[in-house]
Design a protein around this ligand. Structure first.
Ligand code: IPD
Ligand code: CA
Ligand code: CA
Length: 265
């Protein structure tokens, strides 16, 4: 597979940031036992990774804007292009020494996500997609799963924190989806959840309250792997919206229905 110049820029930036994260993750076990815990160290790792990403992207595409989890919005001279950056998706996993987290980088062009890279530095899995060019995992073409019966599906999700007002509604959704599928997984990195749907490891995924940097890259991965992306009710997905639901096209409707029944219960 020959990478486009744009994809080369994106992968290089992500790999550079991931190198630091992998090194920092190696320190986490030692910090687990200290009373203060690894909190500050992880925040530093997160900030360092974001700075590396911003720096390399600025060098390669000086006019593009940024939407970053830590640094916020930075307008670029070129108003039609914006990077969406999550330097460390799966912070809680990272903090607890759980080897499941990622770097996520998406590119928006005129309001549409056109390219995405998600990298898991521990498993060395690189998920990439560009509009019209397909989705790949370490150079292997990706397709969403072929399952057609929701009862056989494994579905990913994210659980809202206890402080969130929508937690009780979510618990109903979780109960309904659990009863209608083979199983539900809360893996802890939304960017990887979406990548796993693209790879056919998960048959679908839903979550509310995510931000553009969590899912920009994952959205294009799912679409380019043949999956369907909507909001949580099955309606048109909007970046400014609050919910996302993705699945292969056969079970998407069944998952929408299960969630609808949950909310009405
Ligand atoms: C979080 C992860 C998690 C999702 C949360 C996100 P962070 O991102 O993607 O899977 O459930 O809603 O905030 O904080 O680790 O970058
Ligand atoms: Ca995130
Ligand atoms: Ca993050």
């Amino acid at each position: 597979m020959i990478r486009s110049p744009l994809m080369t820029v994106m992968v290089d930036a992500v790999m550079k940031a991931a190198k630091g994260l992998r090194r920092d993750f190696g320190e986490i076990e030692n910090l687990q036992v200290s009373r203060k815990g690894p909190g500050d160290f992880v925040s530093q790792a997160d900030l360092k990774a974001e700075a590396i990403l911003q720096d390399s992207l600025l060098k390669a595409r000086p006019d593009f804007g940024f939407v970053m989890e830590e640094g916020g919005i930075v307008e670029g001279k070129d108003a039609s292009h914006r990077w969406h950056i999550d330097p460390l998706d799966g912070t809680l996993n990272f903090l607890h020494g759980m080897p499941h987290f990622s770097v996520s980088l998406g590119l928006e062009r005129e309001g549409q996500i056109v390219a995405g890279v998600v990298y898991d530095p521990i498993k060395d899995e690189l998920f990439i997609a560009e509009k019209g060019k397909g989705a790949f995992l370490n150079n292997r073409r990706l397709r969403v799963s072929g399952r057609t019966d929701l009862m056989e599906c494994m579905i990913g999700t994210g659980i809202p924190s206890s402080a969130r007002r929508d937690l009780p509604t979510y618990m109903k959704e979780m109960a309904h989806v659990t009863a209608r599928t083979a199983g539900v997984r809360r893996l802890g990195s939304a960017a990887l959840d979406l990548s796993y749907v693209a790879a056919g490891r998960l048959d679908g995924f839903w979550e509310t309250g995510l931000s553009s940097w969590d899912i920009a890259a994952g959205i294009i991965l799912v679409r380019e792997a043949g999956g369907f992306v909507s909001d949580g009710t099955g309606g048109e997905y909007k970046m400014s919206g609050n919910s996302i639901l993705v699945a292969n096209t056969s079970v998407h409707g069944q998952l929408v229905q299960a969630l609808k029944e949950a909310r009405a219960s």
